[in-house]
Design a protein around this ligand. Structure first.
Ligand code: NAI
Ligand code: A1CAB
Length: 261
C-alpha cells in the first residue's frame, strides 16, 4: 500500500519518521514539499521525496495532507484528478472540515480527519480520528493502523475535532512549556541545565505513566506526594494562588475559541 504525504513540514515529517520507526516499508512512502532539499534526512532513509503532488498521489492508496490550513483547498484541487473513489484522503489540517474537503473534490473518496501531534516522530502521539459516510470499516482500519504506528488512536465525532486539536495537538506545546518552567526552577535551586532537564523530563514521564498504568485521578496520586505541612503542598498551594490551573484552563479555552469562531 503506497502512502503519499503532501506537505513535509513539522507534522508531515513527524508522521514519516514515525512510520519509519515502525518498520513501514520506506519505498512505499512518498513525501512532498517545494524545497525537497529539506527532506534529505528522509530521502537518506529510503523514503521517496518529491515536489510534484500529482506524481506523488498517482499510485497512492492513502493520501495524507499535512499543509497549512490556507493551502489545503488549492492542494485538493491540484490532485483532484488522481483522487478516485477507492482512495483514502486523510487530512491532519486543523479547522478544515470533512464537508469542505468533499466540496473541493470531484469524486467521493473516503475522507478521514486525523489530529495527531508532533510526538508522532517518537511514536507517542495521541491521534483523534473522524470520518465521512464513504469510509468503510476497512478504510478506518487502514488509517487507524497508520496512526496506531505513531502512538495511540481514538475515534471521535467530527464536532469534537477542534477540541481534539487544542487538547492533543496544541497540548504538546503546553506540556513542553510546563517542562521548561520546571527546568528554570530546577536551575534556580541548584541544578545545572542538563541535570534539571533530565529530572524534569523523567518526572513528567513518570507522572504520565502513573495515570496511564493505574487509571487513577491525578489528585489521588497528588495525595501520595503531599506530606502534611511538607514542601510539596507549600509549593502546590503557592502555584494555585498564582493561578496555575486557572491559567491552563483559560489558555485551553482561548486556544479553542481561536479556532471555533
Ligand atoms: N505542527 C503540529 O503540531 C500540528 C499541525 N497540524 C496541522 O498540520 C498542518 C501542517 O502543520 P505544520 O507541519 O506545523 O506546518 P509546516 O508549515 O511545518 O508544514 C507544511 C509543509 O507544507 C509544505 N507545502 C506548502 N505548499 C505545498 C505544496 N503546494 N505542496 C507540497 N507541500 C507544500 C511546506 O513547504 C511545509 O513544509 C497544519 O494544517 C496544522 O494545522 C495538526 C496537528 C499538529
Ligand atoms: O497551532 C496550530 O494552529 C496547529 C494546529 C495544532 C497544532 N498546531
Amino acid at each position: 500500500m503506497n502512502i503519499a504525504i503532501i506537505g513535509g513540514g513539522n507534522l508531515g515529517k513527524s508522521i514519516a519518521q514515525g512510520l519509519l520507526a515502525n518498520n513501514f516499508n520506506a519505498s512505499t512512502i512518498t513525501i512532498t514539499r517545494n524545497r525537497i532539499e529539506r527532506l534529505a534526512d528522509l530521502k537518506d532513509q529510503g523514503i521517496k521525496v518529491s515536489n510534484n503532488n500529482l506524481e506523488a498521489t498517482a499510485n497512492a492508496a492513502v493520501v495524507i495532507i499535512a499543509v497549512k490550513p490556507y493551502k489545503i483547498a488549492e492542494i485538493l484541487q491540484e490532485i483532484d484528478e488522481n483522487i478516485s473513489d477507492d482512495k483514502i484522503i486523510v487530512s491532519v489540517v486543523s479547522d478544515f472540515t470533512i464537508a469542505e474537503i468533499e466540496n473541493n473534490l470531484t469524486n467521493q473518496p473516503a475522507v478521514v480527519r486525523a489530529m495527531p501531534n508532533t510526538a508522532s516522530a517518537v511514536t507517542e502521539s495521541i491521534t483523534c480520528l473522524a470520518s465521512n459516510g464513504n469510509t468503510s470499516d476497512e478504510d478506518i482500519t487502514v488509517v487507524a493502523n497508520i496512526f496506531n504506528s505513531l502512538g495511540e488512536t481514538i475515534q471521535i465525532n467530527e464536532s469534537l475535532m477542534d477540541a481534539a486539536t487544542v487538547l492533543g495537538a496544541c497540548g504538546i506545546a503546553y506540556v513542553l512549556r510546563f517542562i521548561r518552567g520546571m527546568i528554570q526552577g530546577g536551575i534556580e535551586i541548584g541544578f545545572d541545565a542538563q541535570t534539571a532537564t533530565k529530572i524534569a523530563t523523567q518526572t513528567v514521564k513518570g507522572a504520565s505513566e502513573l495515570l496511564l498504568q493505574k487509571g487513577n485521578h491525578p489528585e489521588a496520586e497528588i495525595d501520595k506526594v503531599t506530606t502534611p505541612k511538607g514542601c510539596t503542598i507549600a509549593g502546590l498551594n503557592e502555584m494555585e494562588h498564582q493561578g496555575f490551573s486557572s491559567a491552563l484552563i483559560k489558555g485551553i479555552k482561548t486556544s479553542y475559541d481561536s479556532i471555533s469562531k
